[in-house]
Design a protein around this ligand. Structure first.
Ligand SMILES: Cc1ncc(COP(=O)(O)O)c(C=O)c1O
Length: 382
């Protein structure tokens, strides 16, 4: 089948540059600030100020942020971590990296997010952390369970990889008191190329995180330049963010308002266009609670529709195959009926800032045609 769609509709996701990133990177390269330098620290201050928090600690990826967060929350062997199976495998790998046990839970199929009862039903005396995922960018309000979890010494570690900038009530995600982890990977709402950031809960936790992300060494570059040695004060990894990545993030942050506006407009355009299609359920990120990161639908015969859309040149994808069904995580498998159904039905439509309203019309028209073709073939079979 020949394709007439614009190349942008053929991409499921795509980084969006505002024009100053390359010059900012060149400036850092010319200054020789490749490693963790003042540029990284400026990025941390600017992100903290943007989110309205007192501190933020930058690391090399969202996965590194999740791993460091669990280490800082003293999660380790013998502990359970409650996590939705419906997430990117990075969330689960971070739990395994600290030697803890993932306890997979279901999600609400309307939002692909966990709910208070789903979390609390999975909590046991061994639980040390819960790791909700702010799916598609949607903020979750934990105010009803935060106190009970704290009383049981259970940390809420928010996987907010999708949710940079999302509002949560009158504040932004990251500013509501939980240990929050963002990703600045290539296709996120804000990109550093690769990168992540943690929002610590206390000053002491920030110090621990800074120590862990720099191989356990606590001296600053300036202090180290003055002495003949350095001190390793605990466990650590080389997880710091380079000045090169921070420079990209700083240039992006200057334009974040455009990302917020465009992403909300595009998601609402999809919502309007999809309302006319029978048999399609839009996963609700609620643009009043998010800077939308994904646009997803639940549909019957997903695999066939996916193939039809690909044949029409449309960049569809699947986020995510459920983790509890992955071979590497089989020993923690349990019955999660909603996640299994979503895993069979979810289709991610192209969603990025290069899209036009016309692209979205083409995607939705193609989806309507694909559903018709697949529906007719399935009727003929039965
Ligand atoms: C839900 C979720 N968690 C964690 C990550 C890991 O972030 P990174 O790719 O920056 O390591 C991602 C990345 O896509 C993600 O989507």
């Amino acid at each position: 089948m020949t394709t007439t769609v614009r190349p942008d509709a053929g991409r499921n996701a795509s980084p969006y540059l505002y024009g100053e990133e390359a010059a900012e990177v060149a400036r850092v390269l010319e200054a020789g600030q490749y490693g963790h330098t003042d540029v990284t620290e400026e990025f941390e201050r600017r992100i903290a100020s943007f989110l309205g928090v007192s501190d933020a600690v930058a690391v090399m990826s969202g996965t590194a942020a999740l791993h460091t967060a669990l280490l800082a929350a003293e999660v380790g062997p013998g502990h359970e971590v409650v996590v939705p199976s419906m997430t990117f495998c990075a969330t689960v790998q971070a739990i395994l990296a600290v030697g803890a046990t993932p306890v997979f839970v279901d999600v609400d199929p309307a939002t692909l997010c966990v709910t208070d009862p789903l979390i609390m039903d999975a909590v046991t005396d061994h639980t040390r952390a819960v790791m909700p995922v702010l799916f598609g960018g949607r903020a979750i309000d934990f105010s009803r369970i935060r106190r009970e979890l704290a009383a049981r010494d259970i940390a809420i570690v928010e996987d907010a990889a999708h949710a940079f900038g999302s509002p949560n009530g009158t504040r932004r995600v990251g500013a509501t008191g939980d240990l929050t982890c963002f990703s600045f990977g290539p296709i996120k709402n804000l990109t550093c190329g690769q990168g992540g950031i943690l929002i610590p809960r206390t000053r002491a936790e920030a110090d621990t995180i800074r120590r862990i992300r720099l191989l356990g060494v606590v001296q600053s570059q300036a202090q180290r330049a003055q002495t003949t040695s350095y001190q390793v004060e605990g466990f650590g990894l080389r997880y710091q963010m380079s000045g090169i990545n921070a420079a990209i993030g700083l240039a992006q942050l200057d334009h974040f308002e455009k990302a917020e506006t465009t992403r909300r407009i595009l998601w609402r355009v999809y919502r309007r266009a999809l309302a006319g299609l029978d048999g399609v359920t839009l996963v609700d990120v609620d643009p009043d609670r998010s800077v939308p990161h994904l646009c997803q639908v639940l549909i019957p015969h997903r695999d066939e529709v996916h193939a039809q859309m690909k044949a029409r040149g449309i960049g569809v994808g699947v986020h995510y195959p459920p983790n509890h069904l992955q071979p590497a995580f089989a020993q923690w498998r349990r019955d999660l009926p909603a996640t299994e159904q979503v895993g069979r039905e979810v289709l991610t439509l192209p969603f990025h800032q290069h899209l036009t309203e016309n692209d979205i019309d083409q995607v939705v028209t193609a989806l309507g045609q694909a559903l018709k073709t697949v529906g007719a073939a399935s009727c003929a079979r039965s």
